[in-house]
Design a protein around this ligand. Structure first.
Ligand code: G3P
Length: 218
């Protein structure tokens, strides 16, 4: 399972990259706004900076909702760097755009997926990735992990090459559940990844090992 970081924060991307387990980054307009990145030039520059830090796919989202606008943006974004994957929403124009872009060899991440039907159309259109949003489904009393499992099963059954990026991960347990559901990728906050390391028996065990060593090696 690949780990992507779901942020536009450069310090966090560097920290996760230094861990040696980072496979990519996903961003969206809200995450860019959270870092105060505004203006087209700055936004494009920021994507390039991220590509310079991580050695993997970096998702950059279009803001157009019409076919021509999405294609124009996608071509500009993908020409920035070979690592860029263009995020497109699963609306009618978006699915058309994914199909067109995949025929041109431009990689896409179909984002804001909340149903198996949307994921099916994304795969049929040739999306590189499909991103179901787990936390936002959980927020409305719907099982987000169940959706991830459904999409993974469907893609495996029909042999679609589209990979599932479990997104809107809110905590460490989501990562474990996505692993059990067979997600190809999880994109998460750094805190959720670091949470995987937490175990009191590790801390107690380490403390005891060090204390025993130091007793005899003063
Ligand atoms: O990858 C999608 C993610 O950024 C959305 O997360 O927490 O706003 O639902 P959240």
């Amino acid at each position: 399972m690949k780990f992507f970081l779901d942020t536009a924060n450069l310090d966090q991307i560097k920290e996760a990259n230094d861990l040696g387990v980072l496979d990519g980054v996903t961003t969206n307009p809200s995450l860019m706004a959270r870092e105060g990145i505004k203006g087209k030039e700055n936004i494009l520059k920021h994507y390039k900076t991220i590509c310079g830090i991580v050695k993997g796919d970096v998702s950059a989202e279009v803001i157009s909702t019409d076919f021509e606008g999405m294609i124009r943006e996608a071509e500009e974004l993908s020409s920035l760097h070979a690592q860029i994957v263009v995020k497109i929403p699963p609306i009618k124009e978006g699915i058309r755009a994914v199909k067109y872009l995949s025929s041109k060899g431009i990689r896409t991440n179909c984002t804001l997926i909340f149903s198996p039907g949307q994921a099916l159309l994304a795969a049929k259109a040739g999306a590189t990735y499909a991103s179901p949003f787990i936390g936002r489904l959980d927020d409305i009393s719907t099982d987000g992990i169940e959706l991830v499992a459904q999409i993974v099963d469907m893609y495996n059954y029909y042999g679609y090459a589209t990979q599932v990026i479990a997104a809107s991960i809110r905590h460490t347990m989501h990562i474990i559940q996505c692993m059990e559901a067979g997600a190809h990728v999880v994109t998460c906050p750094l805190k959720a990844i670091l949470g995987l390391l937490k175990h009191p028996l590790t801390d107690i065990g380490l403390e005891k090992f060090l204390a025993d060593y130091h007793k005899l090696n003063k």
